[in-house]
Design a protein around this ligand. Structure first.
Ligand code: GLN
Length: 454
């Protein structure tokens, strides 16, 4: 009730939610009843959860921020939602996002932008700005996000929250409306590293419904966070800093906060090691070919027949209906990426664009392999700037894409990444995050390091 009250009080301004559950209190009451009857419930039973609208739910509409899915009710729950319900988490509502998770500001949502609770004139990040804003504004203690190129970590950075992109295959993608299937991962957005670990423990692990899900015995991430909070995990930790990461483009306060965080780690016994990752900076270029290619294919299913919207064209052919529906149902950014993606995949250009981008992806993976032979984690600022103003980059897609420079490489390589708050930028008083990356399957290391710094 307290969270519903908070939503009622602030969400008219923040606009984190696209839909608020009308039966969350009943679900919570049922959990109370089970607990009173002596049932042993897990550590998160009864805790409210905000769910990014990219995740399908049977009891609330799932639009992925698009008109083409307005009012769409899924016949099944995403695996992460089903597991959350089974653990007694109480879904509070569905959170706003850039349409089909394309964007870094939520301004591409068909339902209007979310506002950053730190300053309502600024963006909450994207694509999962709704989940991060809900957590930052105390409308929900925990949220689920999805991260294809930074959509969990960059919103965490600009809202002063914690966001984790798990190892690719660590969390099921079943029921996450696909953006780019080889890059997408679902993960937690929370206020503390321990909270993220508790949620990750609930949603993670093998799922036979997702063919890329890893059959791996994951440790408890909550335990890893507790270990990190207790002890001297930073002592002797080798932290890699990328030599080639271009200094220009980083806001002064972001760089200063990053350097201060590194000094604090050094003071606690960490060793800062300069590493070379020469292809890291080409991640954005490769990603904005691979992502549109996969997205154009994934979005072909929105054909006016199988899902959602249909715009009738009297006397028209099936192609006319399809074209009219996709014209009315998709926003500009989605159309831009479908055009880019189909072009990159077309017979005459496939090798030059898609093929080359895949080669760059392999080079980035090799950079990571070489780096992790030398260091335990890599550290970067989570994003180049603090929250920019709503409207500032909306007409300049390239500027919007460049905001993803530090987050994208982890998705291309499949490795896990965490963004934790590292203070406020001096020039604007807005939150800044530091990102840590670890080798694939070593998500627990990120929880230890993150909790040690909290
Ligand atoms: N900003 C990135 C993009 O626009 C991130 C998307 C994501 O992680 N879903 O593609």
């Amino acid at each position: 009730q307290a969270h519903l009250d908070r939503i009622a009080a602030v969400d008219g301004d923040v606009r984190a939610f696209l839909h608020v559950s009308d039966h969350a209190l009943q679900v919570a009451a049922d959990i109370d009843r089970r607990r009173a009857a002596g049932e042993q419930l897990g550590p998160v039973a009864g805790v409210p959860l905000a769910v990014k609208d990219v995740l399908v739910t049977t009891d609330m509409p799932s639009t992925s921020g698009s008109r083409i899915l307005e009012g769409y009710l899924s016949p099944y729950d995403a695996t992460v939602v089903a597991r959350s319900r089974a653990a007694g988490l109480v879904p509070l509502g569905k959170t706003n996002m850039d349409e089909f998770a394309m964007g870094s500001s939520t301004e591409h949502s068909a339902y209007g932008p979310t506002h950053n609770p730190w300053d309502l004139d600024r963006i909450p990040g994207g694509s999962g700005g709704g989940s991060a804003a809900a957590v930052a504004a105390f409308e929900a203690p925990l949220a689920l996000g999805s991260d294809t190129g930074g959509s969990i970590r960059q919103p965490a950075h600009v809202t002063g929250t914690v966001g984790i992109k798990p190892t690719y295959g660590g969390v099921s993608r079943f029921g996450a409306i696909a953006l780019a299937s080889s890059l997408d991962q679902v993960g937690p957005v929370t206020r503390t590293v321990l909270d993220a670990g508790l949620l990750h423990d609930v949603i993670g692990g093998h799922d036979p419904h997702d063919s890329t899900s890893l059959a791996h015995a994951w440790p408890s991430f909550a335990d890893a966070a507790r270990e990190g909070a207790r002890g001297d995990v930073l002592k002797g930790l080798k932290v890699g800093v990328i030599a080639e990461l271009p200094d220009s483009g980083f806001q002064a306060g972001v760089s200063a906060s990053f350097r201060a965080a590194l000094s604090a780690m050094e003071a606690q016994g960490a060793e800062i090691v300069e590493i070379s990752a020469p292809h890291f900076e080409y991640g954005v270029a490769a990603y904005y070919l691979i992502l549109p290619a996969e997205a154009s294919s994934n979005l072909a299913k929105f054909d006016s027949v199988r899902f959602g919207l249909r715009v009738d064209v009297p006397g028209g052919t099936v192609e006319d209906v399809m074209a009219a529906t996709r014209d009315a149902g998709f926003g500009d950014e989605v159309k831009r990426r479908i055009i880019l993606g189909t072009y990159a995949l077309s017979a005459g250009y496939y090798d030059a664009y898609y093929g080359s981008a895949q080669k760059v992806r392999t080079l980035i993976q090799r950079d990571f392999d070489a780096a992790f032979a030398q260091v335990d984690v890599i550290a970067t600022p989570s994003a180049p700037t603090t929250a920019f103003r709503l409207g500032e980059k909306i007409d300049d897609p390239l500027q919007m894409y460049l905001n993803d420079v530090t987050t994208i490489p982890a998705n291309l390589a499949g490795v896990p990444g965490i963004s934790i708050p590292s203070g406020l930028a001096e020039e604007d008083g807005l939150p800044v995050g530091i990102q840590f990356l670890a080798p694939a399957m070593q998500d627990a290391r990120l929880y230890r390091v993150g909790a040690a710094l909290e």
